[in-house]
Design a protein around this ligand. Structure first.
Ligand SMILES: Nc1ncnc2c1ncn2[C@@H]1O[C@H](COP(=O)(O)OP(=O)(O)OP(=O)(O)O)[C@@H](O)[C@H]1O
Ligand SMILES: [Mg+2]
Length: 209
């Protein structure tokens, strides 16, 4: 990790001095009011596999149908909260730990969170699963590496192949395929509309009251 932010001494924040305040509005009350359960749908997959594309389609469709749904996207988090982190294994884990905490807060306030993060390592995905606990669903947005390289929507594979990006998943660093997932959406074999419907159907079934 580049930042000194992660190395700030823990003097003022000793666990024993921290007493989180419990509010009156419970998660259950919020869920009853909003008409569905809340939680996190974690989309993992290669860059260019379609995580952001599918998440945005799903968010729009669910929102139009009255769901309280939000997106957390890797590039957005890395533009702000996590801008001090690079792409080493350790920094990726910290990126996901912080994001997991944010996703957890959203889900406690009633949101269905669609989180789009390459999250290439088992360890990072386990960190977020542990933070979020109940109602965490791991979805693999699966596409062949060759398809992702051909799509290359941000030109990043090209850049990585010419040595312009260190630790780029699929080029300089491995993507560890998840062993156990709740859903696989294959974007190499299915259209954007089909993939969207697969995920919408999944979310509706998992988050029904
Ligand atoms: N079935 C499909 N599902 C999703 N995207 C598809 C599909 N077929 C083609 N595409 C195209 O693939 C690209 C996926 O790009 P997208 O930015 O969504 O990937 P990503 O997984 O979010 O990547 P990154 O991790 O770099 O943010 C888009 O250009 C999209 O139009
Ligand atoms: Mg994306």
């Amino acid at each position: 990790m580049k930042s000194s932010v992660c190395n700030i001494p823990n003097i003022e924040t000793k666990e024993s001095n921290i007493h989180p305040h419990q509010g009156f509005i419970t998660r259950d009350k919020r869920n009853q009011e909003l008409g569905h359960q809340s939680g996190v749908v974690w989309l993992t997959g290669l860059s260019g596999s379609g995580k952001s594309t599918i998440a945005n389609q799903v968010e729009r469709m669910l929102f139009q149908q009255g769901y309280t749904v939000s997106i957390l996207d890797g590039d957005t988090l890395r533009s702000g909260l996590n801008q001090d982190l690079d792409f080493t294994k350790e920094a990726r884990a910290e990126n996901l730990r912080r994001t997991g905490e944010v996703a957890s807060l959203f889900s406690k306030t009633g949101h269905i969170v669609l989180a789009s993060f390459i999250s290439p390592h088992h360890k990072g995905r386990e960190i977020v699963r542990d933070i979020i606990g109940d109602n965490f669903h791991l979805v693999h947005i699966d596409a062949n590496l060759d398809d992702c390289i051909t799509r290359d929507p941000k030109g990043l594979y090209k850049k990585a192949m010419f040595g312009g990006i260190e630790n780029f998943t699929g080029v300089g660093q491995d993507y560890e395929k998840p062993d156990s997932v709740d859903l696989i959406v294959n974007t190499s074999d299915n259209s954007i509309a089909e993939c969207t419907m697969q995920l919408v159907t999944f979310v509706k079934s998992q988050f029904a009251l």
